[in-house]
Ligand binder design. Structure first.
Ligand SMILES: [Zn+2]
Length: 417
């Protein structure tokens, strides 16, 4: 079997798996999970003598043990072993390894196929951070069936006019294709197009890498005249959940085992940290790995008929704000910030002695058409109404003309000083 036909069979299996009776899925997942534990205990020094159930694995532990037995003895020196790191500085990033294969690519394109008319082998565009664009997604050794166009990117995507112009031009030349993008980066290009009174027509947008907020989703759908479907994954595992043609995201339960833990601390009592076990990575089996992302199970049956679990993402655990002892996630904040005219925002929390939650500065990037003082005052007033009720200290609203990403290339919506 060629790689291409194996990848197509893999996609077909994953689609079929997501429709299996729930009981059948549970049995298969449990069997795979137990096999991963057994293999890891036998082949990874790090996991030898680990009590069952395995304790949670933290990013710090992975950083500290990459050279002491996290990689399977069976796969050290394997010709297909890929050693990589998540984005960010050496101190922040996490090393990980896997065997080079079609699996990550196949899971990435599966939602293209179910959400649009995209066919295997067709072109798609990618827009991500400079780090990812440079290192991980190297196009030099891509298989022949991958027709990928990289959209120019920049560490200062909102202000780099040259890159914005080039990115808009590449998108213009690739209308009717799929764009797999970081929603903030694509939003910067959309904003540039909007300011130049332009609209494009894409086949669909697969949003990933960052939390997709409703205002950004609506904006991208308006500027690019197509549907945006949201996917979830992280570098260590590749795609974890795929955007459904109906709504929301289904977990790739055949590839990853997902748990949600430490619930009850957030505004929504069902939200907790997403913990993932790789079911298909014998080279470096991350077991019960704390992703640092927050999520919640969506238990309502999906209109698509799939039985695979559905998950909603609530942002990063490190970017929550406490109001009156309750933690508000990035998604909760994004809901409060869903105010007409607000496209993007950054919320900066600074300590204040008289209030538990402190003082807040809201940097707001308004949509086009919100330059007038009257309209801006209305936005400011609405923010003060909504957040004032939560018991904050002093609130100030500042209108900005761009938002800067962090050094890692990711956009933070919440800063805690
Ligand atoms: Zn569905």
């Amino acid at each position: 079997m060629t790689d291409e036909s194996a990848a197509l069979a893999y996609i077909k299996n994953h689609v079929q798996f997501s429709f299996k009776p729930r009981r059948e899925i549970d049995i298969i997942v449990e069997r795979k999970f137990n096999q991963v534990l057994k293999d890891a205990s036998e082949n990874c020094d790090f996991y030898k003598n680990t009590p069952i159930p395995f304790p949670f694995l933290t990013k710090e532990e992975v950083r500290g043990n990459i050279d002491t037995g996290l990689i399977s003895n069976k796969h050290i020196g394997h010709p297909c072993l890929v050693l990589d790191r998540t984005s960010g500085s050496l101190a922040d990033s996490v090393p990980f390894a896997y065997l080079r294969g079609f699996e990550r690519y196949a899971r990435m394109v599966l939602p293209f196929m179910i959400n649009t008319q995209w066919k295997w082998g067709q072109r798609y565009c990618v827009l991500s951070t400079v780090h990812c664009s440079r290192d991980r997604c190297s196009t030099s050794d891509l298989p022949a069936y991958v027709d990928q166009v990289k959209i120019p990117t920049s560490d200062h995507i909102f202000t780099d006019q040259e890159v914005l112009e080039k990115a808009a031009s590449v998108l213009n030349d690739n209308q009717k294709t799929i764009v797999h993008a970081d929603p903030f980066y694509l939003c910067a290009v959309a904003y540039y197009l909007d300011m130049n009174k332009k609209r494009l027509s894409l086949k669909g947008i697969s949003s990933t890498y960052e939390l997709l907020t409703l205002p950004v989703q609506r904006y991208l759908e308006r500027i690019f005249q197509c549907r945006v479907f949201d996917c979830y994954g992280c570098s260590e595992f590749g795609p974890i959940a795929f955007g459904c043609e109906k709504d929301g995201k289904h977990v790739f339960e055949d590839s990853v085992f997902v748990e949600i833990v430490d619930q009850g601390r957030y505004l929504d009592g069902d939200v907790g940290e997403i913990v993932v076990t790789a079911l298909e990575n014998p080279a470096m089996p991350l077991i019960r790995y704390r992703t640092g992302d927050l999520g919640k199970w969506i238990t309502k049956p999906c209109g698509c008929g799939r039985t695979a679990k559905k998950i909603e993402i609530y942002g990063r655990k490190g970017q929550c704000i406490s109001f009156k002892g309750i933690l508000y996630s990035e998604r909760d904040i994004a809901r409060l910030m869903d105010i007409p005219g607000v496209l993007l925002y950054q919320l900066i929390q600074s300590p204040c002695h008289s209030r538990e939650s402190g003082d807040f500065t809201f940097n707001i990037l308004p949509e086009k058409g919100y330059a007038a003082n009257g309209k801006r005052n209305k936005i400011g007033q609405e923010i003060k109404n909504r957040f004032g009720q939560l018991g904050t200290g002093h609130l100030s609203v500042v209108f900005v003309d761009h938002i800067e990403p962090e050094k890692s290339g990711k956009f933070k919506t919440v800063f805690i000083e």
